[in-house]
Design a protein around this ligand. Structure first.
Ligand code: ARG
Length: 281
């Protein structure tokens, strides 16, 4: 694929600045691993619900301590993956593009999140095509990086382009462990990303190389603890504490890694970023 956009580069400086954010999270009140729609999920392996709640609450408090606002959507019974708020939609410029899930087990989360986002005063637009919100649609400056291959359809990428009037770059995921773009690529600021090259098709790797020549290339070890499933405010990067190699690389580049333990939620294939939907209002 040819990308005509200019490469995203920025001088590497050590005075990174954070921008206060508004996040939406959903407590893991009904969290469980009852089905397997990604290779991380094993319904035979027990989940400690109380521990999941403690980890989730620590993540929420981490955001508050960093000065961000956190809104909470009530969990709905029968939707064990609803804790993964990133999949609830894509919110840009006060408009919420709804999720339309690939698997029937999560289908009801789409209307649940859209209802909440509309009630919060956002313009809600119902998606026509299959997409899993910020799981596959990541905003980098003015660009939207859009994953496909396992969940989100390319037709949804076109829908996002038309809706927001922003360039949308399709990236093809090839490893089922990295089924959502946000498990294979982290947005660090308006021009900087980190990613696991082998999670992408050869053509998409080339696209990423052209667009982000300064990107941090993650190692398999860090990706395997969902270290790339990270949330950055431009300076602080909240990520799995186990991703120590990636944290060291972040420090070298002037970011401040903030480790959290979300190991219980990882049993469903989700990390810190999966639990977090950014409300760009
Ligand atoms: N069990 C969930 C699924 O497979 C995990 C979703 C993780 N969310 C994310 N944004 N990657 O759909």
């Amino acid at each position: 694929m040819t990308v005509t956009l200019a490469p995203h580069t920025a001088p590497d400086h050590h005075g990174r600045t954070s921008r206060p954010r508004r996040y939406l999270m959903c407590p893991p009140e009904h969290f469980a691993v009852e089905y397997a729609i990604n290779p991380w999920m094993d319904p035979a392996r027990p989940v400690d619900a109380a521990r999941a709640m403690r980890q989730w609450d620590a993540l929420r408090r981490t955001y508050l301590d960093l000065g961000h606002a956190v809104e909470v959507i009530p969990a709905e019974p029968g939707l064990p993956d609803m804790v993964f708020a990133a999949n609830g939609g894509l919110v840009v410029d006060g408009t919420a593009y709804s999720a339309r899930f690939a698997h029937p087990q999560r289908a009801a989360e789409g209307p649940a999140y859209l209802g909440w986002l509309r009630a919060a005063g956002l313009r809600g637009v119902e998606a026509e095509h299959v997409n899993e919100g910020e799981g596959d649609l990541l905003v980098v400056g003015d660009l939207v990086l859009a994953g496909t291959g396992f969940r989100t359809a390319v037709a949804a990428h076109d829908e996002v382009r038309a809706l927001f009037g922003r360039p949308v770059v399709t990236l093809e995921l090839v490893d089922p462990h990295y089924y959502h773009l946000d498990t294979a690529l982290a947005v660090l600021d308006d021009t900087t990303v980190a990613y696991l090259p082998e999670a992408f098709s050869a053509a998409s790797r080339e696209t990423l190389r052209e667009l982000f020549p300064d990107a941090i290339l993650a190692k398999a070890r860090d990706a395997a603890v969902l270290g790339l499933n990270a949330v950055s405010d431009g300076r602080h990067v909240v990520l799995a504490a186990q991703a120590t190699g990636f944290a060291a690389r972040l420090r070298e580049r002037g970011f401040v890694p903030v480790g959290v333990d979300v190991s219980e939620l990882m049993k469903a294939g989700g990390g810190a970023k999966c639990c977090t939907l950014e409300l760009r209002v």
